[in-house]
Write a protein that binds this ligand. Structure first.
Ligand code: PEP
Ligand code: MG
Length: 523
């Protein structure tokens, strides 16, 4: 219609629903196909997929190797399930919210995913799940629709996404010309970064370094480090971690040549890297070469009643500085090596979960020390910045003081939402359906940004931070970076960029243009 002169470009952009762009890139259910819905959960990652039910990552891998389509069904997923998730057509969990492990990882992979499906009861021992009166056994076919949260019995045909993206590229080109905010992507490896770039990302806004430990070799080294009983063993394990991280950073830097890459130092509590299932505990102990009791004792030590509020983020950086030092060395060795190969590398080192200015002051010092050391050793100058995530309400309140130690802020709106509401993002699937049904909430604040409440903290944090340091760059890297409501709000709050899963980059680009056009139209 623009080409025919019927409407202008702004109208074309405003008539296109940003969320629709994510759907266009995914397979959908054939609208004419009959279906029997057996349960509903949360719509964690769009797209439809059919496959045989498996309950364990190992079995997913075995079947996928034989060319079978599988859907991995679990109560919840953990880093140990990554290989199985990678080969599955889709993922279904009975627990967890929009920012649970399963949801975040599936979105990153661009795989259909339904989480928090409390209408199903998973029985691992008997290898089946119940959905009301229906019993679905291992290897039975099911279909999931990650855009609606529906779970269907049997194999419902799906339609592949259209392959011609010419019209979308034109539309998004127009969008970029109008936006003020930049759009980056959350990506943790080279292929995801490449995909993000091809979808128009203007940098990486969040590289979650812990995701690099999902590969078996890296996970093993990490486990050795956690289980080390003395400094020498710990240093030896960390020395194994270093080259693996370095090579992944190199892949990302190469893919993003000329664009900024924000790398977050380790964030999750350490117990997430250790096995939880009794049968796995024995196997991992044997594999690492420690006694069963050593592993069980360490698990007991690391056990926390509420790990999301526990020993994670910068707290690990403060108590185990050698972990952050190793990661920093890996980042700068990669950056210097690639700079030497004429790749333009713009690393931004990010410290998570800061609540106290001194936490950032301390860890920043360590980062700068190691970065300068590597730059001296290699003789290759690399420009870099060090910043922090703002994901605890106190950090937003003390943004001015925190800004003194930060070159940038990135609002982690997943944690900030969790902590502002005071509910756990992993457990909210238990009460969210009732809240939605009874009208207490109209949407999950983890998928649609809470402009009223959490928004105040984002605005305040940005203003206070920028008033102390005008050149402070501010962005958002929580899931709301790809939520049109969030993007509109972040534009008006004066943020510089948003960052979201690669497949949501087109959504965010269009939403950012909408915000800019609407602002201009309203004068
Ligand atoms: C966040 O909290 O918004 C964030 C991006 O970090 P994560 O989801 O990894 O906690
Ligand atoms: Mg966080």
């Amino acid at each position: 219609m623009v080409a025919e002169g019927l409407i202008d470009i702004d109208t074309a952009l405003l008539r296109t629903e940003p969320k629709a762009l994510e759907m266009i890139l995914r397979p959908v259910l054939d609208p004419d196909a009959p279906r029997k819905i057996i349960a509903r959960g949360l719509d964690a990652s769009p797209g439809a997929a059919a496959g045989r039910v498996v309950f364990h990552s190992e079995e997913a891998q075995e079947l996928a190797e034989r060319g079978e389509a599988v859907i991995l069904v679990r109560m919840e997923t953990s880093p140990e399930d990554i290989q199985g998730m990678t080969v599955s057509q889709g993922i279904l969990t009975s627990r967890g919210g929009q920012t649970s492990h399963a949801a975040v990882v599936a979105r990153g992979m661009g795989k259909p995913c339904v989480v928090g499906c409390s209408e199903i009861a998973v029985d691992y021992a008997r290898q089946l799940f119940y959905a009301g009166d229906t019993v679905i056994k291992r290897l039975d076919w099911i279909t999931i629709d990650g855009a609606t949260g529906e779970v269907m019995e049997g194999r419902v045909p799906t339609l592949a996404p259209p392959t011609d993206s010419g019209a979308m590229a034109t539309l998004l080109g127009w969008a970029d010309e109008r936006s003020r905010m930049k759009v980056r992507a959350n990506a943790d490896n080279g292929p995801d970064a490449t995909r993000a770039r091809s979808l128009g990302a203007q940098g990486i806004g969040l590289c979650r370094t812990e995701h690099m430990f999902f590969q078996p070799e890296a996970l093993r080294a990490m486990r050795e480090m956690i289980l080390a009983e003395d400094d020498r063993t710990r240093a030896r394990a960390l020395a194994k971690v270093l080259p693996m991280q370095r090579s992944e950073f190199e892949n990302i830097f190469r893919a993003m040549n000329g664009l900024p890459v924000t790398i977050r130092l380790l964030d999750p509590p350490l117990h997430e890297f250790l096995p939880q299932r009794p049968e796995d505990i024995a196997q991992v102990a044997a594999d690492i070469g420690v006694r069963n009791e050593t592993l069980t004792d360490r698990l007991r030590q690391l056990h926390e009643s509420n790990p999301m509020l526990g020993h994670r983020g910068v707290r690990i950086g403060v108590t185990s500085p050698e972990i952050y030092r190793t990661q920093t060395r890996a980042i700068f060795e990669a950056a210097c090596a690639l700079t030497r190969q004429s790749v333009v590398v713009l690393p931004e080192v990010m410290i998570p979960l800061v609540a106290i200015p001194k936490e950032l002051e301390l860890t920043r010092q360590q980062v700068v020390e190691v970065a300068e050391q590597v730059i001296r050793e290699t003789g290759v100058p690399v420009r870099y910045t060090v910043g922090t995530m703002i994901e605890i309400p106190r950090a937003a309140l003390l943004a001015a003081e925190i800004a003194e130690h930060a070159d940038f802020f990135s609002f982690g709106t997943n944690d900030l939402t969790q902590m502002t509401y005071g509910f756990s993002r992993d457990d909210m699937g238990l009460f969210l359906p009732a809240y939605l049904q009874r009208g207490v909430l109209t949407e999950s604040p983890l998928s649609t940004f809470d402009t009223e409440g959490v928004g105040q903290l984002v605005s305040m944090g940005t203003q206070r931070g920028k008033s102390r340091k005008p050149q402070l760059k501010c962005g958002v890297c929580g899931e709301h970076g790809g939520d049109p409501t969030g993007v509109a709000f972040f534009h008006s709050a004066g943020l510089d960029y948003v960052s979201c899963s690669p497949y949501r980059v087109p959504v965010a680009r269009l939403a950012a243009a909408h915000a800019a056009i609407r602002e201009r139209q309203q004068g």
